[in-house]
Ligand binder design. Structure first.
Ligand SMILES: Cc1ncc(COP(=O)(O)O)c(C=O)c1O
Length: 491
């Protein structure tokens, strides 16, 4: 329960007052509080620009907060049940990289599920940590990877008692939560930190029908996308810490390595107000949302051939808990893939889904979702029945477990060459390759490319998915093993 007055929005109040103060702006940014009347300024109007001031006197400094940013962050820490909160202007990706960099040094071990977002892999590159991957359990009916299996975690810890930290996704992109409280207990018994990717779980603490939040479970650090589930502007997130295993000054200095020196006041004001709104009104609004989502799921389940996944479905598939503000719909039983459904919902009904997988589409709801949105979704799904086909969609389980050749950081710095995908078998990847969304790499730097990865890539390309890599389509950047021996760096 929050102890401070969550109605307060100190940063927003101060920047608003500054924008209206009539100050002569002889500083950056160059739009001079909206004085350049280009098309964008005309479209947005004045207010957005009046809030977009750099770090004028009295407005504090994100890299060493002592004033209103400090106050706003303290209110956020209080709302999210943390000891400290840090505003992130480069998304949860920045928080994830910072958590890993601040707690695991080069060559130290971190236990981590393989279905992590690419930012966790980038955190491994930056810190030099050695990943000890755990296999998440797979929902074979939906073809998605879910949470952490406690027995697998215990075995991994037994094999690697020297690991420094355990990384947990709370929840997965699809809304599945692991038994975080138990994970924290086990980790702390072994002197390991728990770092949580809470990109999709910042709203958890505001309603007890939702899975347990990282801070409630006693995790040491958690990074959450306030922009994804609470309503701040895209790319604004928060890093939370709790307990005495994490040193605040190390966290701040790591964030300062990764953060711009020109943080957007607009984004920080949106964090301040989104937190206040959620902390004061969120619980009721989430109750309402959960009920609307539940009704929508029931309606969807009455449409022959579709299955809206419920919490009990997830628990039957070894999931521990489920975020019922997500609606995952299995569409493949009517003979179309999730990818086809995703496109058809957009083209026929003007509905933008969050993502598609072979068997399903995923809707991410928030307290901004209306009953009308959900009614449109249900009618959009009904229209898909016109595209029903008498074919069986083949199962496709997305995760392969490639063998590791070297640490991600070493592969990242190794001498490299480019090869065509068809020649890449048994080469060592030097880059992340992923389908976006969800941005979970099929292969990461340092892993040996196997046939399953190449098949997966071909499959996703055929489905028209967006494949993200650093290399031109059709090629992949790999470690040049002939030059490898000359490489004497000790990273
Ligand atoms: C599971 C997961 N973790 C981390 C991130 C990164 O979050 P952000 O986009 O706020 O940087 C995402 C983004 O999609 C995600 O899905």
């Amino acid at each position: 329960m929050a102890k401070l007055d969550q109605k307060k929005t100190p940063f927003f109040d101060k920047i608003k007052a500054y924008g209206k103060s009539g100050t002569t702006p002889l500083d950056v940014p160059g739009h001079k509080l909206g004085s350049i009347h280009n098309e964008f300024r005309e479209y947005l109007g004045t207010n957005a620009f009046l809030l977009d001031a750099n770090a004028p006197r009295g407005l504090d400094n994100l890299s060493k907060p002592k004033g209103v940013i400090k106050e706003a962050q303290a209110l956020a820490a209080d709302a999210f049940g943390a000891d400290h909160a840090y505003f992130l202007l480069n998304g949860t990706s920045q928080g994830i990289m910072a958590m890993i960099m601040a707690s695991v040094r080069a060559k130290e071990k971190i236990i981590i599920p393989r279905n992590v977002h690419k930012s966790a892999i980038n955190g491994l590159i930056l810190s030099g940590a050695m990943p000890i991957f755990m296999k998440p359990y797979i929902d074979t009916e939906l073809g998605i990877a879910n949470g952490i299996d406690i027995d697998e975690l215990k075995e991994t810890i037994e094999e690697h008692p020297d690991a420094k930290a355990i990384f947990v996704i709370n929840p997965t992109y699809f809304g599945v939560a692991s038994n975080l409280k138990e994970i924290v207990k086990i980790a702390h018994e072994h002197n390991m930190l728990v770092l949580c990717d809470e990109a999709h779980g910042s709203h958890f603490i505001f309603n007890d029908k939702l899975p347990m939040s990282a801070m409630e479970a006693g995790a040491d650090m958690a990074a959450g996308s306030i922009h994804k589930t609470i309503g701040s502007l895209t790319q604004s997130s928060i890093l939370l810490t709790k307990g005495n295993l994490v040193e605040p000054s190390r966290v701040q200095s790591t964030l300062n390595v990764l953060q711009t020196t020109s943080p957007s006041s607009l984004f920080m004001a949106s964090l301040d107000t989104a937190r206040s709104f959620m902390a004061t009104k969120g619980s009721k609004l989430l109750d309402n949302l959960i009920q609307m989502a539940d009704e929508a799921r029931k309606e969807i389940n009455q449409i022959d051939g579709f299955k809206a996944i419920t919490k009990s479905d997830i628990i039957n598939q070894k999931g521990f808990d489920y975020d019922e503000t997500k609606i995952m719909v299995k569409v493949s039983d009517i003979g179309i893939t999730g990818f086809e459904a995703y496109n058809l919902l957009s083209m026929e009904s003007n509905i933008q889904m969050e993502l598609a997988e072979t068997h399903l589409v995923l809707a991410v709801l928030s307290i901004g979702t209306t009953k009308k949105d959900l009614d449109n979704f249900v009618s959009g799904l009904k229209k898909l029945k016109d595209y029903q086909k008498d074919i069986k969609i083949k199962h496709k389980i997305r995760f392969t477990y490639p063998d590791s050749y070297t640490r991600p950081r070493e592969a990242y710095h190794a001498p490299k060459k480019y090869v065509r995908l068809e020649d890449a078998l048994n080469e060592v990847a030097a880059e992340n390759i992923m389908v976006y969304p969800p941005g979970i790499p099929l292969v990461i730097p340092g892993e040996i490319i196997n046939q399953e990865i190449l098949d997966d890539l071909e499959f996703y390309m055929e489905q028209g998915s967006t494949i993200l890599s650093d290399t031109e389509d059709g090629y992949i950047k790999v470690v040049d093993k002939d030059l490898w021996y000359k490489y004497e760096g000790d990273l």
